[in-house]
Design a protein around this ligand. Sequence first.
Ligand code: BTN
Length: 241
Amino acid sequence: MVTWTFIELEYVGSTQSIAKSYASMGAPEGTTIVAKSQSSGEGRLGREWSSPPGGLYMSFILRPEKISRPELASLISALAVVQGVKSSTGLKSRIRWPNDVMVENKKLAGIIAEGHSYRGEITQLVVGIGVNCNNRMKSSKVDDATSLVDQLGKNFEVSEIKNSILDSFSSLYLRWRAGDDMMPLWKAHVGTIGKKLSVKPKTGETAFPSRAVGVDADGGLKLDNGETLRPEDVEWIRETP
Ligand code: BTN
């Protein structure tokens, strides 16, 4: 299991940038920065993550020795969020490839994983997880977002959601470290397969319509035109009717 050590803060810029500083100073695996709100929450691809009070904002450090393909940490984290949210609230969610956690085509949680390599091997990862919990997203400026309170009409103890997600992550990480292939379990929760999509590549091309037909062994998304998308190549994907 991972030994979690919590540094609990109130209002910060970003738990992700704090965790990265701790990591660079040698903080051990399991060090977790948690905040009640953030002024400049970091999303993927330089986007901002809206972080008002009521949400869960945490970033934790991993030092993935003897793990094959540690770059898949964000996918395992998405799975941990799906499992942790289900066991603490009963709410079912699914993964929009590669690692957005969705309910009814709206985003409940986002994940970012940033690695540091030494001699070609990832030796350190900082995983950041934001979950919209007691903060209402329905009437917020953020499009296509939802929260636990929007979905379930009541507030939750944010620390319970956090513990539940980290418990799930711990068990998945243990299996992963033991050499289990975690891709089939992740894939079973990816709701994007079979869906019509609008895909916006990172290269600046305009979005193009497509359909997802599967995922490959490395977590790439296979499209009906024979192309396989890698997470780092995509600015966004949307599921279309
Ligand atoms: C995404 O773009 O979907 C990823 C969002 C990740 C947000 C979380 S909130 C906790 C942690 N601290 C940050 O500044 N970002 C991550």
